[in-house]
Design a protein around this ligand. Structure first.
Ligand code: CAA
Length: 258
């Protein structure tokens, strides 16, 4: 399958989606967002983890495409944002974890993309920010909401109102990314984490993601009830029996994903 401005490659259950417009630092135009939407619908069979990254060594995604937005008529702008929000929300709805492999600038829509992933691993040259107010707009792909949920409302507001950039180490301290590694080691480190995830029972990982995601959007009592339900559903899978038997037999589990 080929996509405009997007490369998709799958190996050992890890599907890497690369935003591929390096000349404009992988800015997200409508065509690229539409490609991402399609790629998420067409994930190769056997995908256990998705890795999202940007082409080149300078930028993950430097935001929504400013040249395109400059021509956007006011009556269509809310719809444009809604479409971007819908596509980014799909990352959370996937049954498999999505890791943001942040290889440089993650600004505006690029940071919003990071925030829509399950977690992020960054290279030491990564930079994070929401520069939209400097363009006369606000983040429209979830940034005003998800950044506060990730790093707290006060820290998020400072970035939102100033448009300032965080360096990779600052993003690490803020809890925006899980790890920072040298750029040359980024792909290897993300592959190692993805492989660790892919070793586990697929339905259990899917349920873990669902429960964790659900918990972010509801009260503790409801979240605990959902967790218990999902725990119960795990016991209706073949892999639960296999996983526990394999442990007791001191052998590796053979997952069927059922
Ligand atoms: N949209 C369109 N083109 C972009 C772009 C973007 N978001 N970011 C960079 N580019 C283009 C530049 O116009 C430039 O093109 P030309 O070579 O044709 O001039 C090319 O990419 C390289 O960029 P720079 O020359 O600017 O590179 P630099 O190293 O000097 O600066 C940068 C890097 C700091 C990331 C700078 O490019 C920059 O500030 N980019 C814009 C970041 C931004 O404001 N993002 C938010 C967009 S708004 C948004 O995302 C709204 C939303 O929430 C939906």
């Amino acid at each position: 399958m080929s996509y405009e401005n997007l490369a998709v490659a799958s190996h050992n259950g890890v599907t890497r989606i690369t935003i591929d417009r390096p000349k404009v630092l992988n800015a997200l135009n409508r065509a690229t967002l539409a490609s991402l939407d399609r790629a998420l619908s067409d994930l190769p069979e056997g995908t256990r983890v998705v890795v999202l990254t940007g082409a080149g060594e300078k930028s993950f995604v430097a935001g929504a495409d400013i040249a395109e937005m400059a021509e956007l008529p006011a009556p269509l702008a809310a719809q444009y944002a809604g479409e971007g929000q819908r596509i980014l929300a799909r990352l959370g709805e996937l049954a498999v974890p999505v890791i943001a492999q942040v290889n440089g600038y993650a600004l505006g829509g690029g940071l919003e993309l990071v925030l829509a992933c399950d977690f992020a691993i960054a290279s030491d040259n990564a930079r994070f920010g929401l520069p939209e107010v400097g363009l006369g707009v606000i983040p429209g792909f979830g940034g005003t909401i998800r950044l506060a949920r990730k790093i707290g409302p006060a820290a998020a507001r400072q970035l939102l109102y100033t448009g300032a950039q965080l360096k990779a180490e600052e993003a690490l301290r803020a809890g925006l990314v899980n790890e920072v590694v040298p750029l040359a080691e980024l792909t290897g480190r993300v592959d190692a984490i993805a492989a660790q995830i892919a070793k586990n029972a697929p339905l259990a990982v899917a349920s873990a993601k669902r429960s964790a995601r659900h918990a972010e959007e509801t009260d503790l009592g409801t979240a605990l009830a959902v967790e218990a339900q999902l725990f119960g559903l795990c016991f209706a899978t073949t892999d639960q029996g296999e996983g526990m038997r394999a442990f007791l037999d001191k052998r590796p589990a053979q997952w069927t994903g059922k």
